[in-house]
Design a binder for this molecule. Structure first.
Ligand SMILES: NC(=O)c1ccc[n+]([C@@H]2O[C@H](COP(=O)([O-])OP(=O)(O)OC[C@H]3O[C@@H](n4cnc5c(N)ncnc54)[C@H](OP(=O)(O)O)[C@@H]3O)[C@@H](O)[C@H]2O)c1
Length: 246
C-alpha cells in the first residue's frame, strides 16, 4: 500500500490514476481547485481518500500550507503526481501579455511552488517519487502552441535539474511527456490518430513509476517522433505545414 498525493486530482488523467490507485488499496490525499468537482470524484472511492484540500494553484503563497496538510494527513508520502495544467489560447497569448503570463503562472510557476515543499519533505524522509505531467509541446516551439509549450519545456528543464540534484537523496523525479490526450483540455481540437486515451496515459504513468523510468514519452513512440521534430533543421521545419501551421 502506497501513500499518494494527487495534485490537480480533477484532471481527467489524474482522476483515472487516482481511481486505479484507490482500487489497488493505496491511500490518497487530493489537491484540486474545484471542491464540488473533487467531491464528485472522491465520493466514488471514499475509503481510499484520507484527505482533500482545495485552492487555486495560482495562489503560490499557500502551496506550502497545502503540502503540509497532505503530510499531516498521510504522514510520509511515497508518490506524488502533479497533473494540473491549462492549454493557453495561443493567438491571444501573442497579443496580450497577461494571457501569456497566465500560461507560465499555471503551467510552470504553480508547479515549482509545489515542488519546493514536496521535495523538501521527501528529502527529509529520504525517499519518494515525484512525477509531473509535461508535454511533447515542450520539446520544440511550434506556431500552434509555443506559449504553452515554452512553459512546459521550462518545466521539463526544471525537473531535469531537480532530478540530478536529488539523485543521491533517495528522491526520484519523473517527467511524463504526454502527446495529445482526449480530455476537456483538448475538447476543441480535431481528433486524429495522434490522440491517446486518458486511461492509457494514467496507466503508463503508473508503469513508469514502477519501472523507475524517469523521463518517459507517453505513448512511447513520441520519443522517436520528437527526436526527429527536435532535430529537424528550421528551414525544413518551416516548410512542413503539419508541423509549422497554426
Ligand atoms: N489533454 C492533452 O492533450 C494534453 C497533452 C499533453 C499534456 N497534457 C497535460 O496533462 C495534464 C493533465 O491534463 P488533462 O488532459 O487531464 O486535462 P483536464 O482534464 O482539462 O485537466 C486540467 C486540470 O488542471 C486544473 N487546473 C487548471 N488551472 C488550475 C488552477 N489555476 N488551479 C488548480 N487547478 C487548475 C483543472 O482544474 P478544474 O477541474 O478545477 O478545472 C483540471 O483539474 C496537464 O498538465 C496537461 O497540461 C495534456
Amino acid at each position: 500500500m502506497a501513500k499518494i498525493l494527487v495534485v490537480g486530482a480533477t484532471s481527467t488523467v489524474a482522476s483515472i490514476f487516482a481511481q486505479a490507485r484507490a482500487k489497488s488499496g493505496d491511500e490518497l490525499f487530493c489537491l484540486a481547485r474545484n471542491e464540488e468537482k473533487l467531491a464528485g470524484l472522491t465520493d466514488s472511492f471514499p475509503e481510499a481518500v484520507k484527505g482533500v484540500h482545495c485552492f487555486d494553484f495560482n495562489a503560490t503563497d499557500i502551496a506550502t500550507i497545502a503540502v503540509k496538510k497532505a503530510v499531516e494527513c498521510l504522514g510520509a508520502i511515497d508518490i506524488v503526481l502533479i497533473a494540473h495544467g491549462d492549454l493557453t489560447p495561443q493567438m491571444e497569448s501573442e497579443q496580450n501579455f497577461q494571457i501569456a503570463k497566465s500560461a507560465f503562472d499555471i503551467n510552470l510557476l504553480s508547479v515549482i511552488a509545489l515542488l519546493i515543499p514536496i521535495s523538501e519533505q521527501m528529502v527529509t524522509q529520504g525517499y519518494g517519487k515525484i512525477g509531473v505531467i509535461t508535454s511533447v509541446a515542450g520539446d520544440r516551439g511550434r506556431p500552434r502552441n509555443y506559449t504553452y509549450g515554452a512553459a512546459k519545456g521550462a518545466l521539463s528543464l526544471y525537473l531535469q535539474g531537480l532530478r540530478s540534484t536529488l539523485w543521491q537523496s533517495g528522491v526520484e523525479i519523473y517527467d511524463f511527456k504526454s502527446g495529445p490526450v482526449d480530455t476537456p483540455m483538448s475538447a476543441s481540437h480535431k481528433k486524429n490518430f495522434s490522440f491517446s486515451s486518458p486511461e492509457l496515459v494514467a496507466s503508463e504513468i503508473w508503469n513508469a513509476f514502477q519501472r523507475r523510468k524517469f523521463c518517459v514519452y507517453i505513448p512511447g513512440y513520441w520519443r522517436w517522433v520528437m527526436l526527429c521534430v527536435r532535430n529537424m533543421p528550421e528551414f525544413i521545419f518551416q516548410r512542413l505545414k503539419f508541423l509549422s501551421a497554426r
